[in-house]
Design a protein around this ligand. Structure first.
Ligand SMILES: O=C(O)CCC(=O)C(=O)O
Length: 387
């Protein structure tokens, strides 16, 4: 009886203590959850560039080695996708050794993922794989495995900040795959040269699906949010294959007056892989000036354009990683007109790379062609807006 009462007393006092603790405990828990949410929110939309990853992970001993290796890799010059006037080849020799290293890396990513290791480590390994890809001509059965690891990160919460800091952003779109497929089919019927690898300009005039992609409302909305002005599509280009186009800024072809009101949306109409010539660009090169023919002591003529491409490549890109636009079907890469970009080499010459790029000006400016302009003598444009 005594024991029973003592037990009851103990139980009551324990309940009492628990009740007293419940409120502060719940509060602490709520604060912890809130902090975790805020941290997750802060990191989810952030750019996963090497530098960000390195700084975010600098206190993690496990990552130190990967960091060192990555920095060494960045220290090695990465070849340009294609330099005008030189052979387009990148060294294939010694690739066996590289392939072994890639295999080891792939295994390390697997192990890291299986062990539930820091996602930053996985990200760093992924970056490293990408660099191997850029510095090596790899054409093996391993590529499908690499593809998943290489897909260019898309940017959510910090889209605008990322776009203006680095000159591009990758977004998922709600473009139906059936629309993309129909566009490709109709382009193939309407333009016999399309599948032979020729680009088709302004197919929006003939192919309704191309127009629907160019004027897709949710993409126009993204542009409004990025630039704060109404975009106006003035050109579409469709490609059946990777272009291997030399690096350039769109501002040499299309410029607004005042500057800064031109951009492009590039849609993957099928998966873009390392094999089929993804878009290549210098991350952050939007911060460079918009180079003109005069800047390179060239004449404002199409004849001098190849020299412009050569001169542009001689600029200093040391702090700017060369990125590849490896996208899934339906994803879009938006770039600012100043971004230095081109088409990387097609490892698989037979591969298709169905894609559409739409070029946009924004309302309230004048438009001209810098390649054909000199100083105040400008060749103005009277664009035909996609409608
Ligand atoms: O799609 C490509 O490979 C290059 C496209 C491009 O450079 C452009 O449209 O300005």
């Amino acid at each position: 009886m005594y024991a029973h009462r003592r037990c009851e007393t103990l139980h009551a006092s324990a309940t009492n203590t628990l009740t007293k603790l419940a409120v502060p405990l719940a509060l602490i828990l709520a604060i912890l959850v809130l902090v975790e949410r805020i941290l997750a929110l802060l990191t989810s939309g952030q750019d996963s560039s090497l530098l960000t990853l390195v700084s975010r992970s600098s206190n993690n001993e496990n990552l130190k080695q990967v960091e060192v290796e990555l920095k060494e890799l960045y220290a090695h010059p990465v070849e340009h996708p294609r330099r005008p006037g030189t052979s387009a080849s990148r060294g294939v020799s010694g690739s066996d050794e590289r392939l072994n290293e890639i295999e080891v890396l792939l295994a390390r990513v697997d192990v890291a993922q299986e062990n539930g290791e820091d996602p930053l480590k996985v990200e760093l390994l992924r970056e490293k794989l990408k660099l191997f890809q850029l510095s090596t001509a790899v054409d093996t059965a391993m590529l499908p495995q690499l593809q998943d690891l290489l897909v260019t990160p898309r940017h959510g919460g910090y889209l605008k900040e990322h776009f203006h800091a680095y000159g591009y952003a990758v977004v998922d779109t709600d473009l139906p795959h059936t629309l993309l497929d129909q566009a490709v089919n109709k382009l193939s019927w309407e333009y016999p040269n399309f599948k032979k690898g020729y680009r088709v300009q302004d197919a929006w005039k003939d192919v309704m699906e191309v127009k629907r992609i160019a004027l897709h409302q949710s993409l126009l909305d993204v542009l409004v949010s990025l630039y704060g002005r109404k975009p106006r599509a003035f050109q579409t280009l469709n490609f059946a294959q990777g272009t291997e186009q030399p690096m350039h800024q769109d501002t040499i072809h299309f410029q607004s007056e005042p500057e800064g009101w031109m951009c492009a949306i590039w849609i993957a109409m099928e998966d873009v892989t390392i094999r089929n010539g993804p878009l290549a660009f210098y991350k952050g090169s939007n911060k460079l000036k918009a180079f003109t023919m005069t800047d390179f002591q060239l004449q404002p003529t199409a004849d001098d354009y190849p020299k412009y491409e050569e001169s542009l490549l001689k600029q200093n890109y040391d702090e700017m990683p060369l990125e590849l636009g490896i996208l899934r079907k339906g994803q879009a890469l938006i770039w600012d007109a100043n971004l230095v970009h081109g088409g990387s080499r097609r490892l698989d010459k037979e591969s298709t790379r169905f894609s559409q790029v739409t070029h946009f000006f924004f309302e309230g400016t004048k438009y001209y062609t810098p390649m054909l302009s000199q100083g105040k003598k400008k060749t103005y444009r009277d664009p035909v807006w996609v409608h």
